[in-house]
Each structure stands twice: as structure tokens, then as C-alpha cells.
Design a protein around this ligand. Sequence first.
Ligand SMILES: [Zn+2]
Ligand SMILES: [Zn+2]
Length: 132
Amino acid sequence: MTREGGCCCGQLRFRTEGEPIRSGLCHCFDCRKLHAAPFMAFVVFPEGKVTITGEASSFESQPGYVRSFCPRCGSQVFGRLAKSEPGEMELHHGSFDETSLWPPAYELWTIRRDDWLGPIPSVTDHHARNRE
Ligand SMILES: [Zn+2]
Ligand SMILES: [Zn+2]
């Protein structure tokens, strides 16, 4: 199954092949601030199953974790887990051209979770910080 998505202006696009390895949420300050949102929802694919087209700029938010965004509109589009989990690429639910894909199963950095956010039924695995 092929899915597509991209940045807000359409310059930076991606196509995925098959199903993701996992789907989750992150409440950490890096994700909050980079996405200007109370949390970030992501899916992780094997790098070889994602095709990127267009120009990207990059920012290393943590050592070995490079986040890439559209230099024209500023949308965050993909992240590479270069150091901790090589060969994986992170994409964001909000970038896909469809909604309701792959409900997140876990959440990270719940110590930064907004109090007003209610339970999310698909999320059954909760981590105070990163996964072990
Ligand atoms: Zn753009
Ligand atoms: Zn995060």
C-alpha cells in the first residue's frame, strides 16, 4: 500500500511503501516547539520504504537525531534516527494526505503531557520519558 504526504506548500513530498514499524506520540519540549503543537504524532518506517522528493533543510535537535523541514514553508516533514536506531525514518501523521492512518499505540515524555489532554483510546503504552 502506497501513501503520500508532504509539507504545507507542496515543495517537499514523500511516498511510503507498506506499513510502518510503529506509531506513537511524543510530548517532549523539542517536539512541542518544533511542531508548535501540544504533542507530535509520528510513524516510523524503514528508511528504504520512504521516497523523498524536493528540497529539505535540516536541524540536529539531539545528537544523532536530525529533523528535516521545508525551507520554503517551514513544515517539519521527516526525522532520521541516525544514532539510536539506524535505518529508520520518522514521519508525522499531520503530513499525510489522508487522516486516521495507523492509530498511535504508545506515548513518550508523559511528564510534559498537557493536563487538559484526555485519554487517547489507542494509546496503551505510556513512557514518562523515552522508551528504554
Ligand atoms: Zn513547503
Ligand atoms: Zn519528542
